[in-house]
Design a protein around this ligand. Structure first.
Ligand SMILES: Cc1cc2nc3c(=O)[nH]c(=O)nc-3n(C[C@H](O)[C@H](O)[C@H](O)COP(=O)(O)OP(=O)(O)OC[C@H]3O[C@@H](n4cnc5c(N)ncnc54)[C@H](O)[C@@H]3O)c2cc1C
Length: 263
């Protein structure tokens, strides 16, 4: 089975984020970049499917800049077979739908039976790219999967919903997105890291996959980031003074009445 994993490189969730002077983008220097955590589940699930079937190919597909190669090499070190990076100066101008159009155009040129993606990218949190890719490719899509089973050209997926589980079945080829709990991603081994250096990683631009930036900008940039801001800083907590519980309770009531003005 040939599987394509959609992998995005994102800032480490531990990274300190600073907003650029333009107020719409973040400062990217000094940030540690990692594989989007949900995409690690996607890589692991693809490898498990390939291993259980004893044949097939896992291709990592990324839209991003040159720095994304590091994340792709990590996926190759985990065991994926090859990678394709779509890099073009124009990609910064496209929103999630535009990125999905690019991914779909790149997938048209690859042989595939299954596409696996993360359910969300932890930086932009659009929750839309994989479903849009499925729509452009006119294939089924199942989101937030915690368990899957493939047989007779079909995939059965379990999705958790409030208070229960839904089992969804779809014909292959299909797209599904991974939810936390689906697996425990493996670490890349040292031999895996050495092998990954020699694995095929192709770099393409938009023209190479039959797209023109100008034509795509009409349909690939319907939304723009207008402003980025941090949540307001939390006020420091206040210790209620007093010798006895009664004194503390009286002081608390006074503060609620006179300072917080909530009673
Ligand atoms: C390098 C780069 C720079 C960008 N700069 C800007 C900018 O300056 N301003 C702006 O408005 N927009 C920018 N964008 C576009 C913006 O980040 C998109 O909204 C975003 O790619 C889609 O949203 P999401 O990643 O939150 O998708 P989600 O739908 O939350 O992602 C879910 C899943 O889709 C897959 N996926 C998502 N993106 C990619 C990808 N690029 N490659 C492979 N798989 C992917 C992953 O499997 C991911 O887990 C940029 C995108 C990239 C890649």
């Amino acid at each position: 089975m040939d599987i394509v994993v959609l992998l995005k490189q994102v800032p480490d969730t531990e990274a300190t984020i600073q907003i650029q002077e333009d107020g719409r983008t973040i400062k990217t220097q000094d940030i540690k970049w990692v594989i989007n955590p949900y995409d690690e589940y996607a890589v692991e699930e693809a490898l498990r499917i390939k291993e259980s079937q004893g044949e097939g190919k896992v291709t990592i597909l990324t839209v991003g800049h040159d720095r994304a190669v590091e994340a792709m090499r990590t996926a190759l070190a985990m065991g994926a077979d090859e990678g394709i990076l779509i890099d073009d100066p124009a990609i910064d101008t496209f929103d999630g739908l535009g990125i999905a159009r690019i991914l779909a155009a790149a997938i048209y040129e690859i042989s595939y039976d299954l596409i696996i993606a993360g359910m969300r990218a932890v930086d932009d949190d659009s929750y839309l790219v994989p479903t849009a890719v499925a729509e452009f490719l006119e294939i089924p899509s199942v989101s937030m999967v915690v368990r899957q089973e493939i047989s007779d050209g079909k995939i059965r997926c379990e999705r958790m919903v409030e208070g229960g589980t839904v089992v969804v079945e779809a014909d292959l080829p299909a797209v599904f997105t991974t939810q936390k709990g689906i697996n425990e991603p493996r670490y890349a081994s040292l031999p895996g890291i050495m092998k990954a250096k020699k694995k095929k990683l192709e770099k393409k631009n938009l023209a190479d996959i039959g797209l023109e930036a100008a034509q795509l900008s009409e349909t690939g940039a319907n939304t723009r980031v207008a402003r980025l801001s941090f949540p307001p800083e939390r006020q420091p907590g206040k210790m209620v003074e007093g010798e006895t519980p009664e004194e503390k309770a009286a002081e608390l009531v006074r503060l609620l009445r006179e300072e917080a003005k909530v009673i």
